[in-house]
Design a protein around this ligand. Structure first.
Ligand SMILES: Cc1cc2nc3c(=O)[nH]c(=O)nc-3n(C[C@H](O)[C@H](O)[C@H](O)COP(=O)(O)O)c2cc1C
Length: 140
């Protein structure tokens, strides 16, 4: 949403609350309130990564959990966590390319590289060809 759209949505909630009270309700309760922010750096896919700028805006202004997403790999994720600018990191393409990503992170790799050309092809191609490490090599 743009900032203008956010204000528009707030106005809609305000009108709905007034209407409810006008209709005889004693009050209204809105179940919302931010539990965490999961910030996706969409620039990381093609342009210049913007995560540092995003986190520099979020961290001082939000006291809850911040999850960083977009263009990260386990090493850069660790660096980000160590910097204190994010509390958690999440992966998209790395998970597609590594069905056993968690086990691979635990043992320090190696990682399959994602091939994103077939990601949006509309079929299974691009999602099913990635192999997991042999079980014996994966720590519990
Ligand atoms: C095949 C594919 C489709 C995606 N589709 C969407 C989408 O429709 N909407 C969206 O907000 N993000 C979409 N994403 C982005 C992911 O939700 C996530 O933000 C991104 O993959 C994280 O970056 P990373 O892949 O570099 O870890 C998609 C990602 C992939 C790989």
């Amino acid at each position: 949403m743009t900032t203008t759209e956010v204000y528009h949505a707030i106005d809609e909630y305000r009108s709905a609350a007034r209407n409810a009270v006008r209709a005889g309700f004693d009050g209204i309760e809105i179940h919302a309130g931010i539990a965490y922010i999961h910030a996706a750096d969409t620039n990381a896919w093609g342009g210049a990564p913007d995560m540092q700028r995003i986190l520099a805006m979020l961290r001082p202004n939000f006291g809850g959990t911040i999850i960083a997403n977009g263009g990260l790999d386990p090493a850069s994720g660790e660096t980000l966590l160590a910097s204190g600018m994010a509390d958690m990191v999440s992966f998209g393409r790395r998970f597609i390319a590594n069905p056993d990503l968690v086990a691979r992170i635990r043992r320090g790799g190696p990682y399959n590289e994602p091939n994103q050309h077939p990601f949006h092809g509309g079929g299974a191609r691009g999602y099913l060809g990635y192999t997991a490490l042999p079980q014996a090599q994966s720590p519990v």
